[in-house]
Unconditional design. Structure first.
Length: 105
């Protein structure tokens, strides 16, 4: 299994699909499935009947998981970049390929 290039809390941009060009933060990363959940992106609507737990019911919107290949890390200027790993001071860190900026802390 390869190391996670995109993690929870990362700022990403969508590269393809109906939400192409939109950015958001990763809410959840699922490395085993190769999917991520991004805030405000790939929103699905579900019609929910009123119940005792939810007397209001109605339309419930939630973000659905999307394939990790559809998103890319965002640089400070808002452009997509790939991620590579480097060893700095004996630690493995993620680095943006376009800018060379360190992503981890």
């Amino acid at each position: 299994m390869a190391a996670a290039k995109i993690k929870k809390g990362d700022r990403v941009i969508v590269l393809s699909g109906k939400d192409k060009g939109r950015t958001g933060d990763v809410l959840q990363a699922m490395p085993k499935d190769g999917k991520v959940v991004v805030s405000g992106v790939n929103v699905h609507v579900r019609h929910v009947k009123p119940s005792q737990a939810d007397p209001q019911g109605g339309l419930k919107r939630s973000e659905a998981p999307m394939h990790i290949s559809k998103v890319a890390h965002v640089t400070k200027d808002g452009k997509p970049t790939r991620v590579r790993f480097e060893t700095q001071d004996g630690k493995k860190v993620r680095v943006a390929v376009k800018t060379g900026d360190k992503i981890d802390g």
